[in-house]
Design a protein around this ligand. Sequence first.
Ligand SMILES: Cc1ncc(COP(=O)(O)O)c(C=O)c1O
Length: 266
Amino acid sequence: MNIATNTFPTKELQKRDAAHHLHPFTANSDLAQKGARIIAGAEGVYITDTEGRDYLDAMAGLWCVNIGYGRHELADVAARQMAALPYYNTFFQSSHLPVIELSEKLAELAPGDLNHVFYGSSGSEANDTNIRLARFYWALRDKPSKKIIISRHNAYHGSTMGAASLGGMSYMHAQGGMPIPDIHHIEQPDWWSLGGEHSPEDFGKIAARRLEEAIHFLGEDKVAAFIAEPIQGAGGVIVPPETYWPEIQRICDEREILLIAVEVIC
Ligand SMILES: Cc1ncc(COP(=O)(O)O)c(C=O)c1O
């Protein structure tokens, strides 16, 4: 176990944290009373708090520590790169070796003709970019009216204005005037809560056809893209029936609708 190097008492850290740090997805009044759980170290699949308690980190950080904690080979490579070239942007026709090599690798791993990579710093930012890319794509193809992005109720696409608008969580929409214009939500493919008497196979097709109905209702000339998590994560780890995605692909192919698969935590 990676023993915490912290020497401050937990209570003191909790007080300092509550005094100056606004936490996302947290009731700050509760936090001020109870104090945060303060993580001091981690190794493999375990994290350790400042009281020396170990936890199995089943969520892998915020679903992102895919290879576990304490990977010295990554720390070494990062330290060497920080010394050689800690930062450079790729605006204005600039590039550098790490970004060239990573893009090549991702293109090799991604299926079919998914051969180009545009980088963001977070999933939320990536999804804001998706809105712009999809709309700009259609504008360049002389179809500027194709602006609407269809998403799903109970989807989670991040916490920026665009991403939270794509998300289908109404308590998030209530903060700050969301959704932004030209976002439309359809039903989620959650057989367990919505399937009723249908078999999973039938329900998968029924849920996918909600997309067809929405495109018909909104007008194909107005819809830019459909965005969805292949498996809904934050909404409850919802795996759609096997019939869902092939039907979605058919609908997007038959109409001119871009399909955005958000695999941020998938
Ligand atoms: C499907 C999906 N999209 C977007 C995001 C937002 O990513 P980030 O927290 O890096 O902004 C998440 C985060 O869990 C996610 O699950």
